[in-house]
Write a protein that binds this ligand. Structure first.
Ligand code: FDA
Length: 309
């Protein structure tokens, strides 16, 4: 119930401005977001690299409503790629198609992505298309397949919560595409997605095994120790080298687990978001873990008590 409320709140653009000026929300965002500027983000990438982990940078933004915003987001992605190249860091990029104008038309998003892929190809940088809510999956995959004919440096994400993902994965495996597997961060109807954690987890394990057995450098993106243990078990049981896949986690979450997996010899990539449009991202992170909300409510209570009001 709390998760549903928080995910719904993440979709309220009016709250974005309120959050941007709210001290508590900004403080909370600092835990999950590298900062508002590219310079701060690159500094965090360097820290992550120093911990012998790779990174993927996400210039935050989604659901733009004008062509101008879509072009600005594309320009920002190109500037980010140039900065990554000149910094010489171990980092690729993640982006969302609604940030590149998908709500305004497939062609706009596709041509903006093509511009980014052209630039990324020059420095051999990989671009990951994040997956958004289920209503975007068909169009996201269509754009991916169209561009994958020309560009090898692009991959997609599948969500274990969706019934369709096993079928989507079979097709991606045949195409030899690079896939990141996640549980899914959006509120989905029972007609499209498993509603119980136990079913999402079972599907995550099934898709992980398909990916590890057949796919091309897959990314298992989760903080769930049970999912990680299942991936490790399957890899060990099928002589799959630790260098042929990677685990991925979000910046600010389970740093202890990130470190211990690297110490065991696994590859780890940290997803690092930055920029000023952090509100929907922050709300999805809050929705994933009620304790985060309790932390914020606790801070408010302490502030109110301290003020004696
Ligand atoms: P689960 O939610 O079961 O959490 C397992 C444990 O992890 C929790 O018990 C807690 O300890 C810790 N944890 C999880 N979330 C936390 C949080 N917010 N704060 C503190 N602790 C937390 N989704 C999507 O729909 N499209 C996408 O493109 C992506 N991309 C993506 C990239 C990467 C690198 C990651 C790691 C995740 C995504 N996601 C995503 C988000 C994903 O769908 C999912 O919502 C989160 O990863 C949380 O699910 P877990 O697999 O961690 O399991």
């Amino acid at each position: 119930m709390l998760r549903q409320i928080l995910v719904r709140l993440s979709q309220q653009p009016q709250l974005r401005d309120f959050a941007a000026h709210n001290k508590l929300a900004r403080g909370m965002a600092e835990r999950f977001v590298a900062g508002e500027t590219l310079e701060k983000a690159i500094a965090v990438v360097r820290d992550v690299n120093a911990r012998t982990m790779s990174a993927t940078l996400d210039h935050l933004g989604e659901n733009v409503t004008s062509k101008q915003e879509a072009i600005e987001a594309t320009n920002a992605a190109c500037s980010m790629l140039a900065a990554l190249t000149s910094a010489g860091v171990d980092c690729n990029a993640s982006l969302k198609l609604t940030q590149l104008g998908l709500d305004l038309g497939d062609e706009l998003a596709r041509e903006n992505l093509r511009r980014i892929l052209d630039q990324a190809a020059e420095s051999d940088t990989f671009i990951r298309i994040d997956m958004e809510s289920s209503e975007y999956v068909d169009r996201t995959l269509d754009i991916f397949y169209r561009l994958f004919e020309t560009y090898q440096n692009v991959g997609v994400v599948l969500q274990a919560c969706l019934y369709r993902s096993a079928q989507d994965l079979e097709r991606l495996i045949v195409a030899k595409a690079r896939v990141r597997l996640v549980k899914g961060a959006y509120l989905e109807p029972a007609s499209a997605a498993f509603q119980q954690k136990v079913d999402v987890d079972a599907n995550f394990v099934k898709l992980t095994e398909m990916l590890l057995a057949d796919a091309h450098y897959p990314a298992i993106a989760t903080h769930d120790p049970a999912m990680i243990a299942a991936a490790k078990r399957f890899a060990a049981g099928h002589q799959i080298a630790a260098s042929s896949f990677e685990f991925q986690m979000l910046y600010g979450i389970r740093r202890d687990l990130q470190t211990s997996l690297v110490a065991e010899g696994y590859r780890m990539r940290i997803y690092i978001p930055y920029g000023s449009h952090w509100y929907p991202y922050l709300m999805r992170r809050m929705a994933e873990r009620p304790a985060n909300v309790m932390f914020v409510l606790g801070s408010i209570a302490r502030e109110v008590t301290a003020r004696g009001t």
